[in-house]
Design a protein. Structure first.
Length: 139
């Protein structure tokens, strides 16, 4: 059994963004040489997410609007976390809903996806560099 580790860095210029990272994860898989195993992809920040879904613009807009209804950014005074001088309590809540990580089976040297599945980095408090970990284990 072998393992492979890689970090990606993202710097979203906006507070929120959804970035398709499937190609970067596939490249890491190729670089690893692993043909059978598991691929873990996780956001290494508490205001960001990694999730799997369809790469469809309307769905991403739906996510944006739905998350904003669930945990609106403003007024920032509605959140006790923001009493510390922060303004990102909503980003922590959005991350909790969207999840920290995904695990994908690796079969025959490929990510074993269902139809339309892609991996996304979800940014909820951007405008600074953040990391994503790719960890592959297998043979």
């Amino acid at each position: 059994m072998k393992s492979y580790r890689q970090e990606l860095t993202f710097h979203a210029p906006t507070r929120r963004a959804f970035i398709n990272i499937t190609q970067q994860v596939e490249k890491a898989l190729r670089d690893s040489g692993i043909r059978e195993g598991l691929c873990l992809v996780n956001a290494m920040h508490i205001t960001a997410s990694v999730f799997i879904n369809d790469d469809e613009r309307g769905l991403h807009r739906d996510y944006e609007e739905w998350l904003e209804r669930l945990a609106p950014h403003a007024p920032i005074e509605q959140y006790r976390h923001n009493d510390t001088g922060e303004d990102n309590a909503d980003a922590h809540l959005k991350r909790q809903v969207m999840g920290r990580e995904v695990t994908v089976a690796v079969t025959g040297g490929r990510l074993d996806f269902g139809p339309w599945e892609q991996i996304f980095y979800g940014e909820f408090d951007g405008r600074r560099p953040k990391r994503v970990l790719i960890k592959l284990i297998g043979e």
